[in-house]
Design a protein around this ligand. Structure first.
Ligand code: ADP
Length: 313
């Protein structure tokens, strides 16, 4: 994304969490999550499966009771929210499962009745690209078209904040691209704030103004894709084949020094030597696979002595 809309100075964040914690029994899933999401931005909460993304979103939606911490969504604690607040947020659920036999236009018209100022169903069909399918039954639609119905139901009430939890899982590339275009239109043309959870880095990078990486219960990095990529560039990856024939890989901020040391140790050519600057994906995977986080937060990139710990690739 090239545009990063900024909220007016002093505007309260649409979503704000401080030291948010969640435990299921003895399992601490969220260990102190701090988030600030600004009005009008597309914000991606990225993390591996099981990181706690859905848990976080469900707390923000008011569906799950947190263990500790402060949460404000549209200025209100979701645990104490009322119907008026609920009418200002949109959720994209897999609603079609319950409505397979409805006609698309009928379904949207029906749901519109629940909101004080709903979108016109015909406009809504146009917005999500389902005008031609208006008279079809939901169970006659393709997977991508059904997902558009889910989105249509999520935005029929003109939400200020839209939650999209793993929205494109199972999409083919074309459906994914169409869906991304729709999400961008909602944010850019209508000013809807969008919180997207995904384990797909490419999706986060393509769509989001800012990405927060949730790993091991905390936000370990947060910034624009460009900011995160710049942090990633601090460390290079060096690969080579050791004299015993095993493949080796190290991460270092000083690749020339590492190569020099390897060269000195090998006293000869280094087989299959490769030096590359990591991509955002490398940063992410490195974070996901890092074991000992201690209490570090938002460092952007793992620190410490990764050099000297050659690992077989
Ligand atoms: P994500 O959306 O990032 O995949 P989740 O929030 O779904 O992660 O789950 C985070 C962790 O919490 C997982 O280990 C999951 O098994 C556990 N978990 C989620 N919901 C419950 C629950 N209701 N009871 C117990 N454990 C749960």
């Amino acid at each position: 994304m090239t545009t990063t809309p900024t909220a007016p100075a002093g505007a309260a964040p649409v979503v704000e969490t401080r030291a948010l914690r969640m435990s299921y029994g003895s399992a601490d899933v969220l260990k102190g999550v701090d988030l600030d999401i600004r009005r009008g931005e597309i914000f991606a909460l990225l993390g591996p499966n099981g990181a706690g993304k859905t848990t976080t979103v469900e707390i923000l939606e008011g569906f799950r009771q947190r263990s500790a911490g402060e949460v404000r969504v549209l200025g209100t604690d979701p645990a104490r929210a009322d119907d008026a607040w609920r009418g200002r947020i949109g959720l994209v659920l897999q609603s079609w499962r319950d409505h397979r036999r409805w006609q698309v236009a009928e379904l949207l018209t029906h749901f519109a009745m629940y909101y004080p100022d709903p979108r016109d169903p015909a406009e809504l069909l146009d917005l999500v690209g389902l005008t031609k399918q208006a008279d079809k039954r939901v169970d006659q639609l393709s997977g991508g078209q059904r997902r558009r119905v889910d989105v249509a139901l999520g935005i029929v009430g003109r939400p200020e904040l839209l939650f999209l939890d793993e929205p494109t899982t199972g999409f083919d590339p074309e459906a994914r691209r169409d869906f991304h275009d729709l999400v961008e239109r909602l944010a850019r043309e209508e000013g809807v704030t969008i919180l997207l959870t995904t384990h797909d880095l490419a999706e986060a990078e393509r769509l989001a103004d800012r990405i927060a990486m949730l790993v091991d219960g905390r936000i370990r990095a947060c910034g624009t894709p460009a900011e995160l990529a710049r942090r990633a560039a601090a460390q290079a990856e060096v690969r080579w084949t050791a004299s015993d024939g095993s493949p080796r890989r190290e991460h270092t901020e000083d690749p020339s020094r590492l190569v020099w040391e390897l060269h000195r140790e090998a006293a000869g050519p280094i087989a299959d030597l490769e030096v590359r600057r990591p991509t955002l994906e490398d940063t992410y995977l490195h974070m996901v696979h890092r074991q000992n986080w201690d209490d570090e937060q938002e460092t952007g990139f793992p620190t410490g002595d990764t050099t000297g710990q050659a690992t077989a690739a």
